[in-house]
Design a protein around this ligand. Structure first.
Ligand SMILES: Cc1cc2nc3c(=O)[nH]c(=O)nc-3n(C[C@H](O)[C@H](O)[C@H](O)COP(=O)(O)OP(=O)(O)OC[C@H]3O[C@@H](n4cnc5c(N)ncnc54)[C@H](O)[C@@H]3O)c2cc1C
Length: 458
């Protein structure tokens, strides 16, 4: 790497904030997609002005710059495929302001999701995005991927819970977007544009997060069904209620079988599908909300419905869902994991279609996910070292995506495109949209240095 560039990065952030040793750079070249490409340099700024200087250096030298939170993304978005500079936000890890009166927090991008939740909780508040990786993933990563978790069914995704940003574009210009208020309509909504852009438009250096009051009470329910059709029928009925549950997770029969094999979950033997539901609200009305959900979830295929009476029982009911990921990791460590979304009313058709594809290609497909949003994690249990199986898997995947789009769905609900899914983007976005997106990218990043080779089809 150009010694002049390294020396300019050191001037910008200090000598101890720049890593050039190959072995030390290596861990910054991998994410949860298991793709790997080491960067040439890693730089660890602490504040906005340093980020601005780093981007300006990369712009001058026309060197790729890839932002990195904690590398938990699953789409290869944080992998520096073309080498260059990785900007790690690990030292931008401060909560700058906690403002309970105005229900907002201003944070640096390297703060973890859990740190935000812990700080907000002390004021009786929470930040709605709750990815399962909360303990380790950063707010910057959440913003760049528009991350979400089970609570999204009621409280929305990251995009719905951010008021404004501070950021640096690809030529080193500094900008503030959005507001500190609960309303605002001055100019285009650059906040929502940058959120979900996977580090291709700007480096986020600060975020103003919208906080919500913690509900007084929460109740957990678990419904087990004889078959998938009964479970999907229940999902549609529950989502038609005037008050949405705050969690509605789905697990299919295959997933139950695998989880059961790993840990004895004490589920009915004939279990063909399962829903985990939670309602939240104030103490006086929580049991009414739970009863309504219970009624909506009951149909001819219901085998068992349990309502947790206390926290310990709630934890016990969640065991089946929690046992699933380790079980899958154990059985098929290199599975293909997609996170497609369809409108909730089309879920029965999606699940039926996936069953047919599983039989057609002779590939075990395990489905679970955030059913209230119609967001299903479709897991193809394949062995990437088996070339024949992988050819079938690729065809199967193309058919899965075709099915999803035919059902008015979208190819990714939360994992994003990165490098893993960019070949499929053209299936969903028309040429006019793609061309407009390319021009927007050009305005934000005239030299094309920000996370090159991601998000756009070749
Ligand atoms: C066990 C596990 C469970 C998960 N569960 C969920 C889940 O429930 N819901 C969900 O949505 N995701 C989930 N994920 C995926 C992942 O955790 C999220 O996408 C998370 O938001 C990534 O955060 P990160 O800090 O690891 O970002 P990274 O992986 O480091 O980066 C992700 C993207 O963000 C960009 N980026 C990072 N910081 C900035 C910044 N400051 N400015 C601009 N761009 C930036 C990177 O360039 C990259 O494109 C899970 C992952 C794992 C491993």
């Amino acid at each position: 790497m150009n010694p002049e560039l390294i020396s300019q990065l050191q001037q910008a952030c200090g000598n101890d904030a720049v890593i050039t040793d190959n072995a030390e750079c290596w861990p910054y070249g991998i994410d949860n997609s298991r793709r790997q490409h080491a960067p040439d340099v890693v730089v660890m700024p602490q504040q906005h002005e340093q980020v601005q200087a780093v981007v300006a250096v990369c712009f001058r030298h026309r060197v790729p710059l890839v932002c990195r939170g904690r590398g938990t993304g699953t789409a290869g978005a944080a992998v520096p495929l073309q080498g260059g500079v990785v900007l790690s936000t690990e030292r931008m890890n401060r909560i700058l302001r906690m403002d309970p009166v105005n229900r907002l927090a201003v944070v640096q991008p390297g703060v973890t999701n859990q740190e935000v939740q812990d700080a907000a909780r002390r004021h009786g508040l929470f930040w709605a995005p709750d990815p399962t990786s909360a303990e380790v993933c950063t707010v910057g990563g959440n913003l760049a991927c528009n991350a979400a978790g089970p609570l999204a069914v009621k409280y929305g995704t990251t995009r719905d819970n951010v008021l404004g940003l501070r950021a640096v574009t690809g030529d080193g210009s500094s900008l503030r977007t959005g507001v500190f208020t609960s309303k605002g309509v001055v100019g285009y909504d650059l906040t929502r544009l940058i959120i979900g852009s996977e580090g291709t438009l700007a480096v986020i250096t600060e975020a103003t997060l919208r906080l919500l009051p913690l509900p007084e009470a929460r109740q957990t329910l678990r419904a087990v069904y004889h078959d998938i059709a009964s479970a999907t029928e229940a999902i549609v009925s529950v989502m038609a209620l005037p008050d949405s549950p705050c969690v509605l997770e789905f697990i299919d029969g295959k997933a139950i079988e695998l989880a059961n094999r790993h840990t004895d979950l004490g589920l009915p033997a004939a279990a063909g599908a399962m829903l985990m539901l939670e309602v939240d609200g104030n103490r006086d009305s929580i049991s009414v909300a739970a009863t309504r959900v219970q009624q909506a979830a009951s149909n001819g295929g219901l085998l068992e419905l349990r309502v947790a009476q206390d926290d310990a029982e709630a934890k016990q009911l969640w065991r089946a869902r929690k046992a699933l990921s380790p079980a899958l990791r154990h059985i098929a460590p290199k599975k293909i994991n997609e996170d497609v979304v369809v409108p909730v009313g089309h879920l029965p058709e999606l699940i039926n279609g996936l069953e047919k594809l599983s039989k057609q290609y002779n590939i075990t497909i395990v489905n679970f996910g955030h059913a209230g949003n119609g967001n299903i994690h479709v897991n193809l249990l394949v062995d990437p070292d088996d070339a024949q199986q992988m050819t079938g898997a690729r065809q199967c995947l193309a058919d899965v995506f075709a099915l999803v789009l035919q059902l008015e769905g979208t190819l990714s609900g939360e994992h994003g495109i990165g490098s893993e899914k960019k070949d499929y983007v053209g299936l969903e976005l028309d040429t006019t949209s793609l061309e407009l997106m390319r021009r927007i990218k050009q305005q934000f990043d005239p030299a094309g240095i920000l996370n090159p080779g991601k998000l756009f089809p070749e």
